[in-house]
Design a protein around this ligand. Structure first.
Ligand code: FAD
Length: 378
C-alpha cells in the first residue's frame, strides 16, 4: 500500500481514535476524517464500573480528540463503494478516502422477541444513565448473562442495595477465565449476596414490557429490573454485500488488512481467522492495539506487535481481576498470595503459552505481561 494522503476512520471510539492518534504519532499530517455513529467518543469500561454507581462519573468517560486535528462527520456510515473509494453517510455525505479504517465496534446482543419492549442492555453512556436511574428505583433485578459485563452489572446492583440474580446457561465467567478463577470469583460474588442460577437451556424474556426471565425449564424469575448482558454483535450492517464483513465480524489479516485494497479494520468489529474459525477479542486493550496496528500498516511501517492483545481486566463485586493469555485450564501455579482467602497471582502453562491472572493483587500490567512471556517455569 503506498502512503495514503486522506484517511477515513469509521467509528469514533476506542479503536478508531487509537488509529487516528497513532497516525499522528507516526507523522501523518494529511487529513484524517472520522465518521461517527452519533454518540460522543466514549471509553466503555467505566460505564459498568463507575457510571452505574455514581452520576459524577458521567463526565469522565469521554475520549479526548481536540489535539488530533480531525475532520468529523457526525452521521453514521451507510454504504461503502470500494470502486470509487468513498463512504456515504446516512445524511448523504460522500466521503472519499485513500485508506479506510473500519472501527464500528459491536452492539449489545439482544434476546427480546420481535416487537417485545423493555429489554435493557449496557453498551453506551445513555444505556448506563438509564440503568443507573432504574437501579435507584428497583428492589430486585435479574441479569441475563454471567460474563464480565453481567457480573459487573450485578456488582452495581449490590452497590445500590438491589437484590440480584444472575442467570446463565454456563457456570459464571467460565468461558472467559476458566473453572479455577470462575470458582474464586463466584465465591466472592455469593458472599456479597449475588444469587447465581444456571438455566438448563436458553432463557427468554417474559412480559411486554419485560418483567421477568423465563428459564429453559420454564420457571419465570420476576424482577423490577431485567438487564441482558448476553454478548455483543459486530456492527457490519453498513458493509452489507461485502463477503469479508458478516455476522462474525470483519476479517483481517495479521496486519489489520481486510481483503479489500486500502481497507483495514480494528477493535470489536475485527475478526482474525484461526484455523476454521473467525475469532474476535472484544476487549479494550485489543481495540487500542489493533487501532495502532492498522495505522502502522496503512503507513507502510513495521507494526511491531501481534494482531491480538489478550490482556483484559474487570471488577467483580469489589474484587479486581487482570488477566493475560488464553482461557486457562486446570490448577495454577501460585506465584504470590492465596486464591482462597485474599489476593493472588496465578499462572498456568499450556505448552509454551502462559496465562497469568492477578486477583486483588496490585501488579503493573507490563509486569503481568512479562510473567506470561517467561519461558522458564518458576
Ligand atoms: C459496559 C462495558 C464495559 C466494558 N468493560 C471492559 C473492561 O473492563 N475491560 C476490557 O478490556 N474491555 C471492556 N469492555 C469492552 C471494550 O469497551 C470494547 O472492547 C471497546 O470499547 C471496543 O472498542 P471499539 O472502538 O472497537 O468499539 P466501540 O467502542 O463499540 O466503538 C464503535 C463506535 O463505532 C460507532 N459506529 C457504529 N456504527 C457506525 C456507523 N455505521 N458509522 C459510524 N460510526 C458507527 C459506534 O457508535 C461507536 O462509537 C467493556 C464494554 C462495555 C460495553
Amino acid at each position: 500500500m503506498s502512503r495514503p494522503r486522506s484517511v477515513v476512520v469509521v467509528g469514533a471510539s476506542t479503536a478508531g481514535l487509537a488509529a487516528a492518534r497513532e497516525l499522528r504519532r507516526r507523522g501523518h499530517t494529511d487529513a484524517i476524517t472520522v465518521i461517527g455513529g452519533g454518540e460522543e467518543p466514549c471509553s466503555r469500561p467505566p460505564l459498568s464500573k463507575q457510571v452505574l454507581k455514581d452520576g459524577s462519573a458521567d463526565g469522565t468517560v469521554s475520549i479526548p480528540t481536540a489535539d488530533l486535528g480531525l475532520e468529523v462527520v457526525r452521521s453514521p456510515a451507510a454504504h461503502l463503494d470500494p470502486e470509487r473509494r468513498r463512504v456515504t453517510t446516512r445524511d448523504g455525505h460522500d466521503v472519499p478516502y485513500d485508506a479506510l479504517v473500519v472501527a464500528t465496534g459491536s452492539a449489545a446482543r439482544r434476546i427480546a422477541a420481535p416487537g417485545q419492549s423493555g429489554e435493557l442492555v449496557l453498551r453506551t453512556l445513555d444505556d448506563a444513565r438509564t440503568l443507573r436511574t432504574r437501579l435507584g428505583r428497583a428492589d430486585t433485578a435479574v441479569v441475563v448473562g454471567a460474563g464480565f459485563l453481567g457480573m459487573e452489572v450485578a456488582s452495581a446492583c449490590v452497590h445500590h442495595g438491589v437484590s440480584v440474580t444472575v442467570v446463565d446457561v454456563a457456570p459464571p465467567l467460565e468461558r472467559v477465565v476458566g473453572t479455577f478463577v470462575s470458582a474464586v470469583l463466584v465465591r466472592r460474588a455469593r458472599s456479597v449476596g449475588v444469587e447465581l442460577v444456571q438455566s438448563e437451556g436458553p432463557v427468554s424474556l417474559d412480559g411486554d414490557p419485560v418483567t421477568g426471565v423465563r428459564l429453559g425449564e420454564g420457571t419465570v424469575l420476576r424482577a423490577d429490573l431485567v438487564v441482558t448482558c448476553a454478548g455483543d454483535v459486530p456492527v457490519t450492517d453498513w458493509l452489507d454485500g461485502h463477503a469479508w464483513a458478516g455476522p462474525q465480524g470483519v476479517e483481517i489479516d495479521h496486519g489489520g488488512r481486510t481483503p479489500l485494497e486500502g481497507v483495514l479494520a480494528a477493535g470489536d468489529v475485527a475478526a482474525v481467522r484461526e484455523e476454521a474459525w473467525l475469532r474476535r477479542r472484544p476487549f479494550w486493550s485489543n481495540a487500542v492495539a489493533q487501532g495502532r496496528l492498522a495505522a502502522a500498516t496503512l503507513l507502510g511501517d513495521e507494526p511491531g506487535g501481534p494482531v491480538w492483545d489478550d490482556y483484559f481486566w474487570s471488577e467483580v463485586c469489589g474484587h479486581s481481576l487482570k488477566m493475560v493469555g488464553p482461557v486457562p485450564r486446570g490448577e495454577p501455579e501460585v506465584l504470590a498470595g492465596d486464591p482462597c482467602t485474599g489476593s493472588a497471582l496465578l499462572r498456568w502453562w499450556d505448552s509454551d503459552v502462559a496465562t497469568v491472572v492477578a486477583v486483588d493483587h496490585r501488579i503493573p500490567v507490563p509486569r503481568l505481561r512479562a510473567l506470561a512471556l517467561e519461558r522458564e517455569r518458576a
